[in-house]
Design a protein around this ligand. Structure first.
Ligand SMILES: [Zn+2]
Length: 185
């Protein structure tokens, strides 16, 4: 897929999907996910589509910081298809009234030549995976593979926590009472 695609959606102040736009439906069709088409997601709670308590807490802190500071936030994350490595950029724009505009732009995609399987690491593989960069926790290391195991337990790996915490800290006003980055690291 060489075409750059961007999908957008707006969350209301209660984190419900108020509208979707951009290449949303095309992306849903290309990824064989008709259940994710606009008509099926509008009005739903965004947390219905986020897997893992830790990932929800991570995103929730970022959303809270964006709304409180009225500043944009961006984050690179991986969302791989079975044989395609894909890198996306998520930008969050706070709007009036507590709304957030979220934009997901495909910045890089590459078809994998060899299909790397995490099952090659069966001795160490424990199904823990970072929901931001797609790395698996294998032994004590976070490893990027292309595998899709049967069961996944989504968390956020230390590298991705640090990147988000650093960004929140860099954008903090000196008179902020709470250092929000402490909730992410
Ligand atoms: Zn990560």
């Amino acid at each position: 897929m060489n075409v750059k695609s961007t999908s957008r959606y707006v969350l209301d102040n209660a984190n419900q999907i108020a509208s979707v736009g951009g290449d949303w439906d095309r992306f849903a069709i290309e990824n064989d996910a008709p259940d994710a088409m606009a008509g099926a997601v509008i009005g739903h709670d965004v947390w219905d589509f986020v897997t893992g308590l830790e990932t929800k807490a991570y995103l929730s802190t970022i959303f809270f910081a964006c709304r409180m500071d009225m500043k944009t936030f961006q984050l690179l994350y991986r969302c791989d298809a079975p044989e395609v490595k894909r890198l996306f950029r998520m930008k969050i724009y706070p709007k009036a009234g507590g709304e957030l505009l979220l934009e997901h732009e495909l910045v890089h995609s590459r078809k994998s030549l060899a299909h790397h399987k995490v099952t090659n690491f069966t001795d160490h593989y424990d199904s823990t995976r970072c929901s931001v960069c797609c790395s698996f926790l294998i032994g004590s290391n976070w490893i990027d593979t292309f595998a899709i195991p049967e069961e996944r337990y989504y968390v956020v790996c230390p590298e991705c926590r640090k990147a988000a915490a650093d960004q929140l800290r860099a954008e903090q006003d000196p008179d902020d009472v709470i250092d929000l980055s402490q909730f992410i690291k």
